[in-house]
Design a protein around this ligand. Structure first.
Ligand code: LMR
Length: 337
């Protein structure tokens, strides 16, 4: 009987303990945090600050391993890795969630948010916060939002008005909204993983791209783009996400401490994002490789009008109410209502 117990019941019991308590089975708990950008960017610095603070606070209970620059998983692999438990934290751009939550496509609508402060007001509103919890049925929990910056258009020819983009090939993130944005300009969008953007620009697979200054400079894209149009037409921002089962399986004191750390790091990241982007704009100017084109209000208005039909195309998937809530966030007193 004893033998039968050992042969049949014990392995099952052990594997169940392993499954249910994955997070607590090992000590310290290892948290792998993978992302695709450089350590010098807002997200890169945020991940390192999270490691530093979490390890300071939780002593030998938690070890955080940060993998930057797509060194562990890149676009197209990192979500699967999170779901299978191979990484525990990611901070994908909000443009990369359409397979899990269509409403998150709102962040890609061109010319929706006037600036990062308006975006922040929307994210802190009830509607914005509810998006963090909207993928738990798919085992993804959003923990917080981190900012990067407004996107600028880049190319090897000057882009002043929408017709300048006609016929050019632009790299986009894996987002149908961004694809439609370039189609509205009668340009040709190509979905390409972030790690391949520099090479795609260098070899002419694409002629242009859209990015905040911090990503352009840290990936050396300015070296292969002669012009940047300061269009501020959209944004790159992140949701820090975890595997819901993993997070809920943590000891509650560890989970609470990590949530506190994330709150502090969010404040820091969001404070330094603008400064880092302004600094990298200056670094690009100093490099002397690229002309930065400033649009007149009338020119910028032409771009807005050209891509405006994209909003209607996605209104059904995103929801008119949600879009209105985001529009309202452009008013300073939106949160006071
Ligand atoms: C991109 O693919 O351009 C961005 O999502 C990269 C990033 O994480 O900022």
């Amino acid at each position: 009987m004893k033998k039968i117990f050992k042969a049949l019941v014990l392995p099952v019991a052990l594997s169940m303990a392993g499954f249910m308590g994955t997070a607590q089975a090992q000590s310290p708990v290892v948290i792998k945090f993978a992302h695709v950008v450089a350590d010098s960017t807002p997200k890169g610095k945020g991940a390192l600050l999270f490691k530093q603070k979490a390890e300071e606070r939780l002593g030998d209970k938690v070890k955080v391993e940060v993998y930057s620059n797509s060194s562990l998983y890149g676009d197209g692999q990192e979500m699967d890795a999170l779901l299978s438990g191979d990484v525990q934290l990611l901070a994908p751009s909000l443009a990369k969630f359409e397979h899990f939550q269509k409403k998150i496509q709102i962040f890609d609508l061109p010319f929706l948010f006037e600036d990062i402060d308006a975006l922040d007001r929307f994210q802190q509103s009830e509607a914005g916060q509810s998006l963090l919890k909207s993928m738990e049925d798919k085992n993804i929990t959003g923990l917080t939002y981190w900012h990067n910056g407004m996107k600028q258009l880049s190319a090897n020819q000057p882009l002043r008005v929408p017709r300048d983009a006609r016929g050019l090939r632009f790299r986009v993130q894996a987002s149908n909204v961004l694809e439609e944005q370039f189609k509205a300009l009668r340009a040709n969008p190509r979905k390409i993983a972030f790690a391949e953007v520099y090479q795609s620009l260098q070899t002419g697979v694409v002629n242009g791209a859209e990015n905040p200054y911090s990503n352009i400079y840290s990936q050396k894209m300015h070296e292969v783009q002669k012009y940047i149009t300061e269009s501020n037409h959209g944004l790159i921002d992140y949701m820090v996400i975890t595997n819901t089962k993993f997070w809920n399986g943590l000891d509650s004191d560890v989970r609470t401490a990590l949530e506190d750390v994330l709150k502090e790091v969010t404040v820091e990241v969001n404070k330094m994002a603008k400064e880092l982007n302004d600094g990298d704009k200056q670094n690009i100017l100093n490099a002397g490789t690229t002309e930065i084109i400033t649009l007149t209000p009338e020119e910028r208005e032409q771009w807005r009008e050209a891509v405006q039909p994209v909003w209607k195309k996605f209104e059904g998937e995103i929801g008119a109410d949600l879009i209105q809530a985001a529009v309202d966030a452009n008013k300073i007193d939106a949160n006071k209502k």
